[in-house]
Structures are given as structure tokens and as C-alpha cells.
Write a protein that binds this ligand. Structure first.
Ligand SMILES: Cc1ncc(COP(=O)(O)O)c(C=O)c1O
Length: 413
């Protein structure tokens, strides 16, 4: 990495800079990680004092190809020289947008054939929810306890943790929650249901994997009653679970697929994909009934296209499975302790189930002192989540697990 070029602070003035951060930027928690970022390359985030942190979160599942891949930077640079924003989504033909849409569609199964670009995951979820209501003429939405779909009002309405819904009531009416991995609870899916939204692997719930046959059963229920099945692959997409999309890993094709995070190669980008005839309802009654100014920004699409080619050419989905298996076996060996109850994994999405939230908090804090970037999941504070860049090497994995072992010894003995 090149030397840091931050003009933000003189060396050693971290507290002063963090105080400015706390004052100027609306906080989202009382205890932000607070790394003062200098540069990021590969799996390393380097702070302005030159201290290197191993990134085991990839910006929460974004940096699949690692930070700052030169091929992505070159694609952004090339697009930047041509044009930035020129028109709202859906009006002008913009080359990088078209190429990325076509490339993605070529990798997806039928009937997923029409792609709408957004700026973020939550905006893509909002679009998907509107789409299923308009396409079916029904109102009811089914979601799952523990699910997470973003933080705008529609997405919060289908969020599966009451703690995060209650402060914002009233939310969307006619939302019903089923239990993940409980086929009996799928009985709520009847002919009144417009759509069912599900994460194929529930990430924020603590990396909860679907039981064998559960997603198939869900697919069948939806088909039987004419409800549209939405897969939220915002975090599981782009190789994270060991196949390009989790829908391939589990062999279930949804009616609507929601993408974001790694889609933009480090720039903001989301999308929802659906059958062409379903998507068609957005262009009439009324036309322009669902529009976005910046969705599918040309820079984001250029970065996304470069990132997708890297994921494919460098075999990063396969790498996620191989490196994930290595990481899992090391974790099992080196974190063998009563306080570590279970390790759950799909590719390079890993949940370390501990016995208490107190142990998770202490362990995570010690890991951060060991210069590891990790944390617990939003809906389960007894689970430590790992979602490193898919390019993480075995050497980096060995080093990271060594540090986690030390952190565990120091905190829970
Ligand atoms: C499964 C899932 N859906 C949706 C979202 C929302 O995405 P964004 O933060 O880009 O709005 C997230 C974000 O973490 C997510 O994990």
C-alpha cells in the first residue's frame, strides 16, 4: 500500500478527530468502531497512523473482490472520463448500465429476465414490494421472523425483529410474519398474499441456514397460491455463499431477486430482477409510477461490471467455498471453548454462535484490539459474523484466526 495521504489530523490526535466525527455525523450507535481510515487494499484497512486491520466484514459484504482492485479503479476512471449522471434511470441508453444488466441476466435462470437498477439494497426491496403488489393486485406481504431487508419504512415493515419496528409504527399494514425453517408456519401463505420476502440465508438473524427442503417448500406454497416469491440476496449474492447466487446453491428460483452490496464493486448500486411480464406493470397505469434519479449510476455500473467479471474470471465463488471451509475448520480447532456453541457457514458467510451477548461483546472488542474488523449480527448479539472479502488468502485467514484465538483466551479464558 502507498503511504497514507490524510490531511485530516496530525499523528496521535485520534480522539480529537473522533470527537469531530461524533459531532458532525449523525450517529447510529453509541459505540462506533471508529477506525480513522487512511487507505484500503485487498483485505487490509489501514488507518491514518499506518496501522493495518484485517477486514473480516468487507464493509458488511460489499468488497467481495477486496478493496481497491485496480481493474475496478480503471473501469471507474474510464467511465468518469466519458460521463457521470446524464438522465434519470430508464430514459437514456447508458452503455455500462445496459452491459451490466445484460451480463447479469445472462447468469440468471429464467424467468428472471428484466432488471431495474436502484441505489441501494433497501431501495431495491421497496421496488420489489411495490412490484408484487401491483403485479398481483393483492396487498398482503409475508416475511420471516429474524429477517432483515433494510431501513426505509417499507423494508422496516417487513423486518423480522419487533425491536426495530416498534419505534417507527405505524408501518405498512397487512404484513404477516412466518417462522424461518418452520414449514407449518407457511400456512399463512394463501391467495390473499401478494409476495413473500425471504433471505435464503438469514444473515442478520445470526447466519441461519435454511434446512434441507425449506426453500423448496416455500417455493411450492407460493406457486400454489399465486404469491410472488422475493429472494433478498443483498448479502448472499455475488459468490458470498459459494455459488454466484444462493438461489443456485439451494436450487430454488424466485419470482423477484433483490441485489445490492457487492453488485456495485464498492460503489452504491442495487437492483431487482423479475420476469419481463411482471416488470411490465411499472411502465403503465400510470407510466413513471416507479422512478429513480440516480439508480444505475454509470460509475456504479462500470465498477459493478468490472467486479462481476473479476468474480467470474478469478473464480471467487469457488474460492469462497474453499477458503470458507479452511476458515471453518481452523475456527473449530482454535476456538474450541465452552462459550463457543456452534459455527454456521455458507461459503464465506460465517456465524460464530456464543453463549452470551456479554461474551460476544468482550470477544469482539478484544478482536478489534488485535486489529481485526468484525462484529455481531444486528438481530442476534450472541453471534459474531464474519464476511471477509472473497479474495482473503489462507495466510490472512491463519493470521486472523490466530488473533481470534488470543482474543478468546483473554476474554473467556
Ligand atoms: C439482506 C439485506 N437486505 C437489504 C439490506 C439493505 O441494504 P442497504 O443497506 O444497501 O440499503 C441489507 C443491508 O445490510 C441486507 O443485509
Amino acid at each position: 500500500m502507498a503511504p497514507n495521504r490524510s490531511g485530516l489530523k496530525p499523528p496521535g490526535a485520534d480522539d480529537w478527530v473522533r470527537e469531530r466525527f461524533r459531532r458532525a455525523l449523525t450517529p447510529t450507535s453509541g459505540s462506533p468502531m471508529g477506525i480513522i481510515v487512511g487507505e484500503a487494499r485487498g483485505c487490509t484497512v489501514r488507518d491514518t497512523d499506518g496501522v493495518e486491520h484485517i477486514d473480516l466484514l468487507a464493509g458488511i459484504g460489499v468488497a467481495a473482490t477486496g478493496h481497491g482492485d485496480p481493474r475496478i479503479l480503471a473501469a471507474i476512471d474510464e467511465q468518469m472520463q466519458r460521463h457521470l449522471h446524464v438522465m434519470v434511470y430508464g430514459e437514456f441508453v447508458q452503455e455500462t448500465q445496459l452491459l451490466l444488466a445484460e451480463r447479469l441476466l445472462s447468469l440468471l435462470p429464467e424467468p428472471l429476465s428484466s432488471l431495474y437498477f436502484t441505489n441501494s439494497g433497501t431501495e431495491a426491496v421497496e421496488g420489489a414490494l411495490k412490484l408484487v403488489r401491483k403485479a398481483t393486485g393483492r396487498t398482503r406481504l409475508v416475511s420471516f421472523h429474524g429477517g432483515f431487508h433494510g431501513d426505509t419504512l417499507g423494508s422496516v415493515s417487513v423486518g423480522g425483529n419487533p425491536l426495530y419496528r416498534h419505534p417507527f409504527m405505524p408501518l405498512l399494514p397487512d404484513v404477516v410474519f412466518a417462522r424461518f425453517n418452520d414449514t407449518a408456519s407457511l400456512d399463512v401463505i394463501d391467495t390473499s398474499v401478494a409476495g413473500v420476502i425471504v433471505e435464503p440465508v438469514q444473515a442478520e438473524a445470526g447466519v441461519v441456514l435454511p434446512d434441507d427442503g425449506f426453500l423448496q417448500e416455500l417455493r411450492e406454497r407460493c406457486t400454489r397460491v399465486g404469491a410472488l416469491l422475493i429472494f433478498d440476496e443483498v448479502i448472499t449474492g455475488f459468490g458470498r455463499t459459494g455459488s454466484l447466487f444462493a438461489l443456485q446453491r439451494y436450487g430454488v428460483v424466485p419470482d423477484v431477486l433483490v441485489l445490492a452490496k457487492a453488485l456495485g464493486g464498492g460503489l452504491p448500486l442495487g437492483a431487482f430482477v423479475s420476469p419481463r411480464n411482471t416488470a411490465g406493470v411499472f411502465s403503465e397505469n400510470p407510466p413513471l409510477g416507479h422512478v429513480t434519479t440516480f439508480g444505475g449510476h454509470p460509475l456504479s455500473c462500470a465498477a459493478g461490471l468490472a467486479s462481476l467479471e473479476i468474480i467470474l474470471e478469478d473464480g471467487l465463488a469457488e474460492a469462497a467455498e474453499t477458503t470458507g471451509a479452511h476458515l471453518e475448520s481452523l475456527l473449530r480447532a482454535r476456538l474450541a471453548h465452552d462459550s463457543v456453541r456452534e459455527i454456521r457457514r455458507a461459503g464465506l458467510l460465517i456465524g460464530i454462535q456464543m453463549d452470551t451477548a456479554t461474551h460476544v461483546a468482550a470477544f469482539s472488542e478484544e478482536c478489534r484490539r488485535e486489529r481485526l474488523i468484525l462484529g455481531w449480527t444486528l438481530h442476534d448479539d450472541t453471534v459474531v459474523r464474519l464476511a471477509p472479502p472473497l479474495v482473503i488468502t489462507e495466510v490472512e485467514v491463519d493470521e486472523a484466526v490466530g488473533r481470534m484465538h488470543r482474543a478468546l483466551e483473554k476474554t473467556v479464558g
